[in-house]
Design a binder for this molecule. Structure first.
Ligand code: DX5
Ligand code: ZN
Length: 216
């Protein structure tokens, strides 16, 4: 499988959201990456369910919803109704991670776990077989436009090894500071999905930038 590209809506122009959604529809991008922040787990507030519903009306590709919120179990059904196809929850906020993952799957969505930069891969040993994807944060979550943390390459290799040894089918997704320099190295290390916010939306031609990230 060639790697997938998931542009992050967080870096879109919120006053021209439909235009930016159509740009992604008409590009080589594979998924919409949608960042929900609650001002509690992370020090920033982004947007919530009404905005996701508005995006869903126009989006023609799967919606990958990254929940940076405490107690995500409370909202799983709401995000399903809003149009999520994939939900990822942070390891750092889930006391009953296995239950949360099963609840996401029970709603007919794909389920993934996100690890912060400081959280080691080994915490996934007893859950990896249940996961459709693992999202590795390559910045501290909360803001777009931060610099990529180089230790991520090592984590991709460790995660790939865990996935292969366990027989899991989980995809490896990377989020934060992705650009044309680190993207080929991430894919070479074993990444399957690359999220890109600022690098796509702050570029002169986002459609071409997506093609560039997709086409190596
Ligand atoms: C950060 C978010 C990212 C963010 C990535 O907390 O999870 O998805 O939008 O943005 P860039 O690509 O600008 O680092
Ligand atoms: Zn994200």
């Amino acid at each position: 499988m060639s790697h997938l590209i998931a542009p992050s809506i967080l870096a879109a122009d919120f006053a021209n959201l439909q235009r930016d959604v159509e740009m992604i529809n008409n590009s080589e991008a594979d998924w919409f990456h949608i960042d929900v922040m609650d001002g509690m787990f992370v020090p920033n507030i982004s947007f919530g369910i009404p905005v996701i519903k508005a995006i869903k009306k126009h989006a023609k590709k799967p919606m990958d919803v990254h929940l940076m919120i405490v107690d995500p179990d409370r909202y799983i059904k709401d995000f399903k109704e809003a149009g999520a196809d994939i939900i990822t929850v942070h390891y750092e906020v889930c006391n009953h991670l296995h239950r949360t993952i099963q609840a996401i799957k029970a709603e007919g969505m794909q389920a993934g776990v996100v690890l912060n930069p400081h959280t080691p891969i080994r915490v996934l040993e007893d859950i990896i077989i249940d996961l459709d994807l693992v999202l590795l944060m390559s910045v501290n979550p909360g803001f777009g436009g931060q610099s990529f943390i180089e230790n991520t390459y090592k984590k991709v290799i460790q995660l790939k090894d865990l996935i292969e040894k366990s027989g899991s089918k989980a995809l490896i997704e990377i989020d934060g500071g992705v650009n044309d320099k680190n993207a080929p190295k991430l894919v070479a290390a074993g990444a399957d999905v690359l999220v890109a916010g600022s690098f796509v939306f702050k570029s002169e031609n986002p459609t071409e930038t997506i093609a560039e990230l997709k086409g190596f």
